[in-house]
Every structure is written in structure tokens, then in C-alpha cells.
Design a protein around this ligand. Structure first.
Ligand code: ZN
Ligand code: ZN
Length: 331
């Protein structure tokens, strides 16, 4: 009990210090329970008749507390109170996979999320934002074999550097893999750049490794506009000129979180980041994460997606069965 009180007080005090150079690093209190990484998937589909590959690459695993994973407070409680509850919780849920999805499109190579990386546990990598490092280690643990990093797995497959790594949001388990690149464009929602400190993101860590650009600045709006049903997701922005791969700045999980839609000849694939940790949890009536910045927005998006994605493949970033479902989609 005393340890939990001290931990909560320490972390909150650390977070309150904005001139943070003197804040010491808290040892990771969330105990990692690594397990074997799930096998990935590599399926060949087509877009307008041209070959397209979609890969699910397991970059590591993430362990969080139950209050982080499915909430311990009513969702209408403010983020600060929910965060205190998450920090107070010293239990863990089973480790979840951290997926990076890769799209080998006729117009170029794209990755959805950079995934985990062992540099998460290297204190020097947090030197430019030590408070973010402290907070992150208080609420999650990453297990990330170096050979499983996105960059290493792309190299091993001869795929090279992506045109862009599209970050569904800037939580550390989605960005850490950027540290394994020597120079890549990373696309993010503007809201995550503007509120980086509020969500424990530390974009300064990636200087020299990745150039972060907001999709609202870097990508054109899709000329045909959203369908009536899609309007609730916002304006689609085109990742590819054919308009088959688009990003919506939906927010909810974080201020700038993104939802991506890939339209193939075989059907539609949605990349939803952490709007739900598993496809089943996208059900608006299911328990949802305590870490969402804006739970009412998440619930509204879940209701919209439940209607929009019927018959489609939905790939959250931590779904243990994502690779199996991608393989089944590709058959
Ligand atoms: Zn997240
Ligand atoms: Zn995540």
C-alpha cells in the first residue's frame, strides 16, 4: 500500500514538473510478463487489379494494468482521475502483441505504426523528455526483441524504408520503433503534436530518426469527399493517389489519433489503433480502455465504425488474433 501511495505521488509530482531535467527515472513498476510473440501474417491481395501485400508484424508485447486496459472508473470521470486510478493499480493483464502493419501498395511501401523497440527501456533515449519517460514506465512495460523491430523485419524481407510510417497515435508502444530508422517520414495527427506532453509522447526522441509531419499538412483531402456514412469520421486524407488508402483524424483515444481505411479488390481493411485493444472490444457496449483521452468520442466512433465496417476486416494494434484474421481475409 505504502509503495503504491509513494509511486502515485511521485509520478504525479514528476508529471507536474515541466522543467524536467532534474526528475529521476522511476523503475518500471508494471511487471512485464513476456510470452512468445505471435506469428505474423503476409497476404497478397490486389487493388484495381494490381498486386498489393498486407503484412502483420509482431514487434513486441506490451503489458498494462487492468485499469488501463478496460477502465476502473465510470467513463465520464476526467482523465486525471482515471490516470491516478491507473497509477494506483499494481495488477497486470496478460501481455498484448504490438503490431505494425505494412502495406506494399503499387504506389509505395507504408507502415501503420512503428511498434515496440528495446530503446523504450534505455533511459538516455528519454533525456529530452524525462517526465514522459517516467510516466510511460509507470503505466506500461514493453518487451521488444531487437530483431523484431519494424525496421529489422522490413530489412529481413528486403522491403527497405517506407514512404511513410503512419502513426495511429503517439503512445510509446506505437512510436518506439521509429528509433530503429535512420531517417523516415512519420505521419501523425496534428492533435498529437499539439498535445504531445498531455499524452506522454516525446517526439523530440525521434530527431535524427524520423521527421514527424501532421497529416492535416502533409496529405491532400480526398477529392471525392467522404460518403454520407463516413462523415462522422471526418475528412479522409489520401495516402495514395488512387484514393484507396486514406487516413481520418478521428481523435478519441488521443487528441490526434487516426483511423485508416484501405480498400482492396477483396474488401476493406480498417486500421483502428487503440480505439479498441481487440476487435471484439470495438463493440460500443463492451468495456473500454481507461486511458482514452476522450471516452465519449471513442464511444461515438465505435458506434459509427460498427455500422461502417460490417463485413470488413478491422485490425486494432494489439489484437492477439489480428494475424489469423488477416490470413483468413487473404484466402
Ligand atoms: Zn494507445
Ligand atoms: Zn497501444
Amino acid at each position: 500500500m505504502r509503495r503504491r501511495v509513494l509511486r502515485s505521488l511521485f509520478v504525479l509530482a514528476a508529471a507536474a514538473v515541466s522543467a524536467s531535467a532534474c526528475v529521476p527515472r522511476l523503475l518500471a513498476p508494471v511487471e512485464a510478463r513476456p510470452g512468445p510473440l505471435p506469428a505474423g501474417a503476409d497476404v497478397t491481395l490486389s487493388v484495381d487489379g494490381a498486386p498489393l501485400r498486407v503484412l502483420a508484424l509482431a514487434t513486441g508485447s506490451v503489458t498494462v494494468t487492468p485499469c488501463h486496459h478496460h477502465g476502473c472508473f465510470p467513463e465520464d470521470r476526467g482523465l486525471f482521475r482515471r490516470m491516478v486510478r491507473i497509477l494506483w493499480d499494481d495488477r497486470t493483464v496478460p501481455a498484448m502483441p504490438v503490431w505494425s502493419y505494412v502495406v506494399v501498395h503499387p504506389e509505395g511501401l507504408f507502415a501503420v505504426d512503428a511498434g515496440a523497440h528495446s530503446a523504450f527501456d534505455v533511459p538516455a533515449s528519454w533525456d529530452c523528455e524525462p517526465v514522459a519517460g517516467t510516466l510511460n514506465h509507470a503505466i506500461l512495460a514493453l518487451e521488444a526483441p531487437p530483431e523484431a523491430s519494424l525496421a529489422a523485419q522490413l530489412r529481413a524481407r528486403g522491403l527497405g524504408t517506407p514512404e511513410a510510417v503512419v502513426l495511429t497515435h503517439q503512445h510509446a508502444d506505437h512510436t518506439a520503433g521509429l528509433l530503429a530508422f535512420d531517417g523516415v517520414v512519420a505521419l501523425t495527427g496534428r492533435g498529437d503534436l499539439e498535445h504531445a506532453r498531455d499524452i506522454g509522447a516525446a517526439p523530440c526522441r525521434f530527431e535524427g530518426h524520423a521527421t514527424l509531419e501532421a497529416i492535416e499538412d502533409a496529405l491532400p483531402e480526398l477529392e471525392t469527399g467522404p460518403s454520407e456514412r463516413e462523415r462522422a469520421l471526418g475528412t479522409p486524407r489520401a495516402l495514395t493517389e488512387d484514393g484507396r488508402f486514406v487516413a481520418f483524424a478521428t481523435g478519441g483515444h488521443t487528441p490526434g489519433s487516426l483511423t485508416l481505411r484501405l480498400t482492396t479488390d477483396q474488401g476493406v481493411i480498417w486500421f483502428v489503433g487503440d480505439l479498441a485493444f481487440e476487435a471484439e472490444a470495438l463493440d460500443p457496449a463492451a468495456p473500454t480502455a481507461g486511458i482514452h483521452t476522450n471516452p465519449p468520442r471513442v464511444r461515438a466512433l465505435q458506434r459509427t465504425l460498427a455500422r461502417l465496417t460490417e463485413g470488413d476486416l478491422v485490425l486494432p494494434s494489439h489484437d492477439p488474433r489480428a494475424a489469423l484474421r488477416l490470413q483468413a481475409f487473404g484466402r
